[in-house]
Structure formats: C-alpha cells, structure tokens
Design a protein around this ligand. Structure first.
Ligand code: ARG
Length: 469
C-alpha cells in the first residue's frame, strides 16, 4: 500500500511504501493512549462544531458527526469496541471508525485545522485534570480519617522521637495530625497546579497555530479550560504541567510512605504501639503465625515507581528542542502508571489507618523511657534562674547517674537529686511525668492538649472549607 494514507494512520500521501513492521510496532500507542478516547470524543465534537461555525462543515454533516461520536462513546463505555491492529494511535483509530460510520467525505474532514500535536497536548491535560480530582478526593478522606483518629486519641501520650531515639513525649493526637498536614499541602499543590494546567493548547495545530480561523477560545471553553495558551510552539511542546503533576503524585507517595514505614515498625512485636485489622493485613504461605503489613510495605515500595515515573519524564524532557518531538509520546505512560498506583494505594492506606488499633497503654508506658523528660527538668531549672547551659550540664549528669544505676529520672531519691545539684530540689519531680511534659509544650504548634485541640479545629475547618466536587 503505497502513495496513500493507510488505514489507522493519519499520513501516507508522500510515501512510496507503507511503514515497516518494526516502524509500526514502535510507533503504536493505542495500547496505552486508549484511555484518552473520551477526551478525543469531546474535543472532536467541539472541533466539528467550530468547523461548522467557520462554514467548513454543513449543519447536517455536524449532526451526523455528533450522533456518530455519541454512539462511539457508548460503545467505548460498554467496551464494545477496541483499537484495531492497524491503528497507530487513538486519533488514527477515531478517524478510521468515524469514516466507517459516516463515510470518507465527512469523516475525512475533521482533521482540518488541528494536529495530533495540539490534540495530544490537550488530552493529557484533561486526563490529569479529571484524575487529580479523584486523587484529591481520597486525600481529603485520608485527612478526615486522621482527624477523627486524633480526636479519639484524646490526651493519650507516646514517645516522640528524633533520630528515631526517644526524645520527648507527645500526644498521640499530635503525632497523627503530623501525618495529616503534608497531605493538606498536597491538596493545595493540586489546586495550585490545576490553575496552570487549565489552559488549552488546542488550536496550536502542529506548531505554528491554526490557519483556518477555527475558534480555539470556544473549543477551550467547551472543554472546561480557562483560556488558550498564548504561544502555539510552547503549547504543543511543553510538558512542564505533566512533570509538575508527576511531582505532586510522587510527593503524595513520599508522604504516605513515611507513615507507612512507621506503621511497619510500630506494629512489630518490639513496639506494639498499633495493630492492624485482619482485613488490612496478610498472612504467610509458610509461617502460620504471621500477620504482615503488606499495605504499608506496598505503599513504601510503590513510591519507588512514582519517583521513577517523575525522573523518567524529566529525563525525556531535558534539552528537547521546540516544538513537538515524538519523544513527547513518552509522557503518557508515567502519568497513567502514577495515577493507577495512587488510586490503588490511597484507598488501601485509608482503610488501614481507619481500622488500625492504637495500643495506648503500650505507648504510654514507653512515653517517658529513654530519659525523655530530661528537657523538662532542664527547662524547670531555667525557670528557677539557672542558665540553660548549666541546666543542660546538671541534667546531663543526672541522666548519667540514672543510667549507671539503672533508674528512671523520677526514681532517684531526694538525696541523689541533691547530690548532683542543689538546684535539683524535690519540687523538680513536678515536671517528671509525661502529662506535665506535654502540658508545658503550650507554644503555637506544640503538643500541649489545648494547642493540639486548636490545631485539629484549624485543620478540620480548612478541610471543610475546600470544595469537594
Ligand atoms: N501519539 C502521539 C503522542 O502521544 C500523538 C502525536 C503524534 N504526532 C506526530 N506528529 N507524530 O505524542
């Protein structure tokens, strides 16, 4: 088949032969761009309408096209159609079956005034817009779950850690909310990115802009965009919006992986701070006793793919000259994979967190271990007029003494305290409980119960103020 456009492709006239088998295999993208069919249908309907407005298509032909597109849409939804072997990409497929449905005269006229270059740049934006809403929805759900779990935790305490060593006691509620705030920032990242993403490259043609006077503004409005991109070279070839979207999906994975990692550790026998609900855990094929935190591990593991998708695309984009290059076809699979990954991971994490048992007694028992009240004792001495440098030294000696005797700070006798420093009066004991310790942290953002309650109220108000369409 030479000297003509072959079936399923949108080019061919200048070629003496059809594409080789290898060329076809490499070029083909229907196995992944198939999920963009709904956007191609919407844009093609808007395009046909614009062609009619411009006097390049009759009203009858438009009606024929619109009803054919509607039927194709139904068949797509019911999975009654699939791309053929010969279809190069979703755009070639659509033209082929439109021609089958409405004949070559009408079906072959829809390519006027547009290119796959502006089409595909538009469709990936639409796809990201839709799926970002779904991701955002689950983020809000996750934050709500963390808020409610934190409410439930009341004023229960647990060890707070730095360097993963005991540091200072914190409220369990404070800890849970600490995992909610990054997710709130991810929501705000999505909202901010959405503004930049929501401008249309459509009408940019292959690169230089439309030459047939088609109303790109009207098409943009029809597709729900804020406007049209100002530069057609930029519009058809930049993918920073895709890279930014992948960064956000990666950041969500990273944020969830931090909580996931802690769940793996804190559900182990050594910690026992939490236990998984049976329906959110797995067993072992060999060891009958096992109950494994696979959701948390898969969240942690799949974050690697999210990072890979982002860095892979960045490498593809680096140093690409203007305007469209075929390299850009590589933008889609990472986006699809990252979306699929998050839509698997996030609901599982939500269910696991909602059903987790928090073992408050165990956390409480550990809260003051590792001399985690030492800072409170030093702060107490400061309040008695001791310079912090000296207080630090004194409490350091107290810790060393306790460590050598195998005692906790509060287990020292009055005499032992006094022998280390006259400043360590029996009154010092008033700060030697986890409750006293958290109550002292009453600065903004601190773990004192009233601060945590305030924090939770602010977070809840923020979440309720978000639009959730
Ligand atoms: N499948 C292509 C992509 O995803 C569509 C654009 C192809 N354009 C071209 N001139 N070959 O980028």
């Amino acid at each position: 088949m030479s000297g003509q456009t072959h079936e399923g492709a949108l080019w061919g006239g200048r070629f003496g032969s059809g594409p080789s088998y290898e060329m076809q295999r490499l070029s083909k993208s229907t196995h992944f761009d198939w999920r963009l069919v709904p956007y191609d249908l919407d844009a093609t309907a808007a395009h046909a309408t614009a062609l009619k407005e411009r006097g390049l298509m009759s009203a009858d032909a438009l009606a024929t096209v619109l009803s054919a597109l509607e039927k194709i849409g139904h068949d797509f939804q019911s999975e009654a159609i699939a791309p053929g072997e010969q279809d190069e990409d979703v755009h070639g497929w659509l033209e082929r079956i439109l021609i089958e449905a409405v004949g070559p005269a009408i079906g072959g006229s829809l390519r006027a005034g547009r290119s796959r270059n502006d089409q595909i740049a538009t469709f990936i934006r639409l796809y990201m817009r839709d799926t970002s809403r779904a991701i955002r929805h689950i983020l809000i759900e996750l934050v709500r779950i963390l808020i409610s779990r934190s409410e439930e935790a009341g004023e229960r305490v647990m060890p707070g850690r730095t360097h993963f060593q005991h540091a200072q006691p914190v409220l369990v509620a404070h800890y849970l909310l600490a995992h909610a705030w990054p997710l709130v920032r991810d929501i705000s990242r999505i909202d901010d990115w959405a503004k930049r993403n929501n401008v249309s490259p459509y009408g940019g043609g292959a690169l230089a802009g439309g030459g047939l006077g088609i109303d790109a503004e009207g098409i943009a409005r029809e597709l729900g965009f804020q406007g049209v991109m100002e530069n057609s070279l930029d519009g058809t070839s930049s993918r920073d919006s895709v890279a930014e979207f992948l960064y956000i999906t990666t950041q969500i994975g990273i944020d969830l992986s931090r909580l996931a990692e802690e769940i793996v550790i804190l559900t182990s026998a050594e910690f026992g701070y939490m236990s998984l609900h049976d329906s959110y855990a797995t067993g072992s094929s060999m060891m009958p006793q096992k109950k494994n935190p696979d959701i948390a591990e898969l969240t942690r593991g799949k974050t690697g793919r999210l990072i890979g998708n982002l860095t892979g695309l960045l490498a593809t984009l680096k140093a690409l000259p203007l305007a469209y290059n075929r390299d850009l076809q590589e933008d889609k699979e990472p986006v699809f994979d990252s979306v699929d990954t998050l839509l698997l991971v996030m609901p599982a994490m939500a269910g696991m967190i909602a059903s987790l048992t928090l073992n408050y007694e165990r956390m409480e028992e550990q809260a003051t271990k590792g001399f985690s009240l030492a800072t409170d004792v030093a702060d107490f001495l400061v309040e008695q007029g001791v310079p912090f440098r000296d207080a630090h030294e004194i409490v350091g000696q107290l810790v060393a003494h306790c460590e050598s005797k195998g005692l906790e700070l509060h287990e020292c006798s009055d005499e032992e305290l006094a022998s280390i420093s006259p400043h360590l009066t029996p009154a010092t004991r008033s700060v030697m409980t986890a409750e006293a310790s958290v109550a002292r942290k009453s600065g903004v953002g601190g773990t004192a119960p009233d601060q945590v309650a305030k924090q939770r109220a602010a977070l809840a108000a923020l979440i309720e103020s978000l639009d959730t369409d």
